[in-house]
Design a protein around this ligand. Structure first.
Ligand SMILES: NC(=O)c1ccc[n+]([C@@H]2O[C@H](COP(=O)([O-])OP(=O)(O)OC[C@H]3O[C@@H](n4cnc5c(N)ncnc54)[C@H](O)[C@@H]3O)[C@@H](O)[C@H]2O)c1
Length: 264
């Protein structure tokens, strides 16, 4: 399949987890893929893996929450490849989730760091990718939200607030640039088994998600990559401004479902 032939896709956080799968998937389907990630070890590695599989990938080691770096990145992408068709705003400051409890215990510094990593990054990438999209007459932006930005949680307060803000960024961009051909949607996963989640998460957590999912399994990175690829492609041309939960049905079910099921 080569539905992204001739298209240029920027994937932030493309060196690990879901972003890595998105980068592989878009490259397999014909895109020139720019991996924009602050991970200096894995960025060139993923670039090489994609190239070895026959794809066209270019790694840029950048911090997408730093304005100068994002401006230079997008300028360089347009200079080298001529356009930006897809922006997958996937990167987030997940290391801060370890210090992200309930609101009363949340440090302001953790909130500010989370907003910088999770909201300012997508904002800056959007801001500096938009001129190319508007000049060429369109593009598709896919933001990585989370069910944590749609539902109350016992912890992850800063994370949830930042993802709710990403959802509003999605609606604003869709509303402001839709008539000029730029679409913007968000994907909201529940738990997805990436290296990141398997490293910090106690095994019991996986069971909690499994019990509350409507599917008999927890999501894998490719489950998210498939939906991102769809939203990035022209196949979703009539969708914009929306949040698509990819969550095993967690956000669709009554909150008492797991307890009811346990009653038999
Ligand atoms: N894994 C889950 O269960 C889950 C659930 C819902 C939403 N999400 C969201 O999905 C996205 C990806 O999550 P993941 O689990 O694949 O993460 P991951 O930790 O496996 O990968 C994240 C990547 O982003 C990069 N990154 C982080 N901040 C960056 C920055 N400022 N500049 C450049 N690169 C940066 C990291 O280096 C890393 O390569 C995140 O937005 C996360 O909030 C994850």
């Amino acid at each position: 399949m080569s539905e992204f032939e001739g298209k240029v896709a920027v994937v932030t956080g493309g060196a690990n987890g879901m972003g890595e799968r998105v980068a592989h998937t878009l490259a397999e389907r014909g895109a020139v893929v720019v991996i924009a990630d602050r991970d200096g070890e894995r960025t060139p590695l993923v670039e090489r893996e994609i190239r070895a599989a026959g794809g066209d990938a270019h790694g840029f080691v950048v911090d997408v929450s730093v304005e100068d770096q994002v401006r230079d990145l997008m300028t360089e992408v347009v200079r080298r490849f001529g356009r930006i068709d897809v922006l997958d705003n996937n990167a987030a400051a997940l290391e801060l989730t370890a210090e992200d409890p309930d609101i009363a215990a949340l440090e302001t510094s953790v909130l500010m760091g989370t907003l910088t990593g999770n909201l300012v990054g997508p904002f800056l990438c959007t801001k500096y990718a938009l001129p190319a999209m508007l000049t060429q007459g369109g593009g598709s932006i896919v933001n990585m939200a989370s069910v944590s930005g749609m539902l109350g949680e016992t912890s992850l307060s800063a994370y949830g607030m930042s993802k709710a803000a990403v959802i509003q960024l999605t609606r604003a961009v869709a509303t402001q640039y839709g008539k000029q051909g730029v679409r913007c949607n968000a994907v909201a996963p529940a738990l997805v088994m990436t290296r990141n989640t398997t490293e910090w998460m106690p095994p019991e957590f996986k069971d909690v998600y499994l019990r509350n999912s409507l599917t008999p399994y927890i999501g894998a990175p490719q489950d998210i990559a498939e939906v991102v690829a769809f939203l990035a492609s022209d196949r979703s041309r009539y969708m914009t401004g929306h949040v698509v939960p990819v969550d095993g049905g967690i956000a669709a079910a009554s909150p008492i479902v797991a307890d009811r099921r346990a009653l038999g």
